[in-house]
Design a protein around this ligand. Structure first.
Ligand code: CP
Length: 305
């Protein structure tokens, strides 16, 4: 059964091509005819989400499935039911797939151990967010003219990921896919927001100018204050001064550098308005691409290609 737990296990080239087919189909008709089927997909969200949840809900509808959204506050989770018992319960009711977002790293792996339906990781703690990394890669792949996705098509490109690397599942999943495609990846954060142990195949720095200089891609990350121990970030003003992606700092990058952000954005903190809404920004393009990528990912997990 093809679960999606980490970015490393994704059949990336096939998913990029499949996502592009869906994008083309949705551009021609945003509400294409759908063959309804009696298939429930559970969307088990133990943490808030806008983009990922909405995209997976749309993916379910586009595939003729019914999304069954379950949030932590409105389920038996609040009565003490474990994740694994919740997964067993949903499988006993015949769901065809389970999308899980969870604050604990490793939760999707625990779910896989008891599930008889595919598990799709929609973000687990600071561990992985594979479909976010896939949609980020897809956005860059389109930007660079859809080269052969089986090659190292990002070779010679520098990607600077700037922000709260320590708590970022997006950074970890992106690092896997970006380096697989040949990119040189720089991870930039204040020393307290870098990981305890360096992540593989990346340059780590707390010098934002060095990270951004000559970059082809700058990806800003949100400060995840909900996951931060006290004292990790002594001053928000100092963070803005040293790490915010703004027009002045962006001038250090290549002239055709693009700016990305997985969202949600904290405007005026990790990125300023002029950059977030500027001509170099791919942020809304990332959101749009999130739908076709989730349709492709769900089709893959359902064993339909
Ligand atoms: N990027 C992302 O995961 O956004 P949401 O939390 O809104 O799903």
């Amino acid at each position: 059964m093809p679960h999606i737990v980490t970015a490393a296990e994704l059949p990336v080239a096939e998913l990029l091509i499949r996502a592009e087919q869906w994008r083309t189909r949705l551009q021609a008709n945003p509400a294409p005819p759908v063959q309804p089927r009696a298939a429930l997909i559970a969307l088990l969200f133990y943490e808030p989400s806008t983009r990922t949840r909405a995209a997976f809900e749309q993916a379910c509808v586009l595939l003729g499935c019914h999304p069954l959204v379950i949030t932590a506050e409105a389920s038996s989770i609040v009565k003490g039911e474990s994740l694994q018992d919740t997964v067993r319960t949903l499988c006993a009711q015949g769901v065809r797939g389970i999308v899980i977002r969870h604050p604990q790293a490793g939760a999707p792996v625990a779910a896989v151990q008891v599930a008889d339906a595919p598990i799709l990781n929609a973000g687990d703690g600071a561990h992985e967010h594979p479909t976010q990394a896939l949609l980020d890669l897809y956005t860059l792949w389109r930007r660079y003219g859809m080269p052969d996705p089986t090659t190292r098509w990002l070779a010679g490109r520098k990607v600077a990921i700037v922000g709260d690397i320590r708590h970022s599942r997006v950074a970890r999943s992106n690092l896997t896919l970006l380096t697989q495609a040949g990119a040189e990846v720089w991870l930039c954060a204040p020393p307290t927001l870098l990981p305890d142990a360096p992540l593989p195949h990346a340059t780590h720095t707390h010098d934002t100018d060095a990270a951004i200089r000559d970059a082809d891609v700058v990806m800003a990350l949100r400060l995840q204050t909900e996951r931060m121990a006290q004292g990790l970030l002594p001053s928000l003003n100092a963070y803005r001064r040293d790490y915010q992606i703004n027009a002045e700092r962006l001038r250090l990058a290549k002239p055709d550098c693009v700016v990305m952000h997985p969202g949600p954005i904290q405007r005026g903190v990790e990125i300023d308005d002029a950059v977030a809404d500027g001509a170099q920004s791919l942020i809304l393009e990332q959101v749009r691409n999130g739908v076709s990528v989730r349709v492709a990912a769900l089709e893959y997990a359902l064993g339909e290609w």
